[in-house]
Design a protein around this ligand. Structure first.
Ligand SMILES: *[C@@H]1O[C@H](CO)[C@@H](O)[C@H](O)[C@H]1NC(C)=O
Ligand SMILES: *[C@@H]1O[C@H](CO)[C@@H](O)[C@H](O)[C@H]1NC(C)=O
Ligand SMILES: *[C@@H]1O[C@H](CO)[C@@H](O)[C@H](O)[C@H]1NC(C)=O
Ligand SMILES: *[C@@H]1O[C@H](CO)[C@@H](O)[C@H](O)[C@H]1NC(C)=O
Length: 453
C-alpha cells in the first residue's frame, strides 16, 4: 500500500515528466500519447475515498452466509445485458448490507462477507464473487439477497481483483476496489466501469457518472413500481475512444496535455479516459497556465461592471464585482480568490470549496454557478454577465475550456451523466443527472457496451 503523494511524484517524473519537459513542437510529433499503465501488486494499491467502501465485518461469519429472513421486496432484481464487442464480461457487486457490513455478491446469489482478519495490508478477496455474463446479445439475471448501500455494480472486460483491509481497531473494514487513476493499481490493465446505487426502505437510487473517468460504457433502464420506465442511455458504444481521439486532436492544436488523459495498456489499447481533475492528481503542474489569461480578463471585466449570479433560490440575484485579487458577491460571507486549474476542473477545491459548517446559503449557491461558468467558458460571452442564463449551445465554444466535459457531452446520446460536479447548473432546470430512482423498483436493467433497448 502506498501513499498518494509518493505516487504523484514518481508517476509525474517517470511517465510524463520527460514528455512534458520537451519543447511543444517536438513533443507533439514524437511522443506516444496517453499514460501507459504498469499493473502492480497489493503493494501498489493507493487507498482513497474513491476506491473504498468502509463498514464493519460481519460479527459471526467468515465468508459466506445465507440470510433467509430477508423479504422479497428487499431483493432487487437485475437484468445484465451484454452488448459488448470484446472479451468475456464479468460483473461484481460491492457495498454494505443492512447491518453496515461490507459485502460482495456471489454468483449463487448470497452475500460474501470479506474479513481482513485484522490485517492493515489489503488482502485479496478469494470468494466466488465473479459473476460471468453470457455472450454478446444475452441477458444474465441476478438478484440481491437484501438491501445494499454505497453499492457499485462493476463490469470488466476480463477479471477484477478486490481486497479487504482493516481500517481501525473496532472491527472496521474497507473493501478496496479498482482505482481509475492509479497507473500501478493491480487492476490498472483492465477495462472496467461501474454503476453506483443504494437500495433501502426509501427505494432505489442508481446513477452513472463521468466525473472521474470514462471507461467501459454502461447504460441503465429501470421499471418502476407503477410500470413506468426510466432510462439513462449515457455514452455511445465506443465513446472512450472517440473522446480520446478528440482530446488528442485538441492537444495537437493548443499544446495542452489533453491526450495524456487517455490511459492505455502496454499494447496501446485504450483502457479509460481520466477526467482532468484526476489526471492532475498524477501531474499536479499540468495545465498550469492554461486558464491564466482568461481568468485575468474575467477579473478586469467584472471590476467595472456587475457579474450577476442568479442563485435560483429565495436569495434571488446576487451582484458580484472583483476588487484586487478577489471577487465579492453581495450577501456572500466569503470572497472568491482566482481559481487554479484543479479548482475549475474539479469544482470542489480551493476557491470553489464549500465549507458547509461556516459558509452561508448565498455562498452555497454562488460557488457552483461560478465554477460551472468557468468550466464552460461562458463568463465573457454576450449575456455571460448573468449566470446561469445561457443554454448549453454556448458551453465550451471558446478556449480555454473544459475539453473533457465538452467531449463527454458530445458522445452522450441523451445528455445524461455528469461530466463535472456541477453539470446540474443550468438556466432552465434541464437535468443532466444519469439517475434512475423509485420507491418500489421492479427491475434494473444494465446494458454493457452501449444501450440496446
Ligand atoms: C475508508 O477508510 C480509509 C482508511 O481510513 C480511508 O482512507 C478512506 O478514505 C475511507 N473511504 C471512504 C469512502 O470514506
Ligand atoms: C476465517 O478464514 C480465514 C481464512 O480461511 C482463517 O484464516 C481464519 O482463521 C477464519 N476466521 C474465523 C474467525 O473463523
Ligand atoms: C451516485 O450514487 C451514489 C450511491 O447512491 C451516491 O453516493 C452518489 O453521491 C451519487 N452521485 C451523484 C452524482 O448523484
Ligand atoms: C458565514 O455565515 C454563516 C451563516 O450565517 C456564519 O455561521 C459564519 O460564521 C459566516 N462566516 C464568515 C467567515 O463570516
Amino acid at each position: 500500500m502506498r501513499a498518494f503523494a509518493a505516487l504523484a511524484i514518481a508517476t509525474a517524473a517517470s511517465l510524463i515528466g520527460q514528455a512534458l519537459a520537451a519543447p511543444i513542437s517536438g513533443r507533439l510529433l514524437s511522443r506516444s500519447t496517453g499514460i501507459v499503465v504498469t499493473p502492480g501488486t497489493v503493494d501498489d494499491i493507493i487507498i482513497t475515498a474513491d476506491n473504498t467502501v468502509n463498514g464493519t465485518v460481519h460479527p459471526s461469519h467468515n465468508g459466506t452466509v445465507s440470510v433467509p429472513r430477508i423479504q422479497a421486496t428487499e431483493k432487487l432484481s437485475f437484468a445484465l445485458v451484454n452488448n459488448f464487442d470484446g472479451a468475456q464480461i464479468s460483473a461484481y457487486v460491492t457495498g454494505r448490507d443492512v447491518d453496515n457490513n461490507i459485502v460482495m455478491l456471489q454468483a449463487d446469489g448470497t452475500w460474501y462477507y470479506p474479513n481482513p482478519q485484522g490485517s492493515t495490508t489489503p488482502i485479496a478477496i478469494t470468494g466466488n464473487v465473479n459473476i460471468p455474463l453470457g455472450a454478446k446479445g444475452t441477458t444474465t439475471n441476478i438478484q440481491l439477497p437484501g438491501y445494499i448501500s454505497s453499492a457499485r455494480v462493476y463490469f470488466a472486460e476480463g477479471n477484477l481483483q478486490f481486497f479487504v483491509v482493516s481500517i481501525d481497531s473496532n472491527g472496521g473494514a474497507g473493501l478496496v476496489e479498482p482505482a481509475a487513476n492509479n497507473p500501478s493499481d493491480p487492476n490498472a490493465g483492465v477495462n472496467w466501469g461501474f454503476v453506483e446505487l443504494t437500495n433501502n426502505d426509501g427505494g432505489l437510487y442508481a446513477n452513472i457518472s463521468y466525473v472521474d473517468f470514462v471507461g467501459l460504457v454502461l447504460s441503465m433502464s429501470m421499471i418502476a413500481g407503477d410500470g413506468s420506465v426510466q432510462t439513462v442511455k449515457g455514452l455511445q458504444a465506443g465513446a472512450a475512444s472517440s473522446i480520446c481521439n478528440d482530446l488528442t486532436t485538441v492537444a495537437g492544436q493548443d499544446g495542452q496535455p489533453w491526450d495524456q488523459l487517455c490511459m492505455k495498456d502496454s499494447n496501446g489499447k485504450l483502457l479509460r479516459v481520466l477526467a482532468p481533475t484526476k489526471y492532475l492528481d498524477l501531474a499536479p503542474d499540468a495545465f498550469s497556465s492554461y486558464f491564466t489569461d482568461h481568468i485575468n480578463t474575467v477579473w478586469s471585466t467584472y471590476s467595472t461592471k456587475d457579474l450577476t449570479i442568479n442563485t435560483q433560490s429565495t436569495s434571488g440575484d446576487v451582484a458580484c464585482r472583483t476588487s484586487g485579487d478577489v471577487l465579492n458577491c453581495a450577501g456572500d460571507n466569503r470572497s472568491y480568490a482566482k481559481p487554479v486549474p484543479q479548482d475549475i476542473f474539479g469544482c470542489n477545491s480551493g476557491t470553489f470549496y464549500i465549507d458547509r459548517a461556516n459558509d452561508n446559503a448565498i455562498h452555497y449557491a454562488v460557488a457552483p454557478r461560478l465554477c460551472a461558468a468557468f468550466a464552460r467558458t461562458t463568463l465573457l460571452l454576450s449575456g455571460g454577465d448573468v449566470q446561469p442564463s445561457l443554454d448549453s449551445s454556448s458551453y465550451y465554444t471558446t478556449a480555454p475550456t473544459h475539453r473533457y466535459s465538452q467531449y463527454v457531452h458530445k458522445y452522450e446520446t441523451d445528455n445524461k451523466g455528469y461530466a463535472f460536479s456541477y453539470d446540474d447548473v443550468n438556466p432552465s432546470g434541464e437535468n443532466a443527472a444519469g439517475v434512475v430512482s423509485d420507491a418500489n423498483p421492479q427491475l434494473l436493467t444494465i446494458y454493457v457496451g452501449g444501450y440496446a433497448g
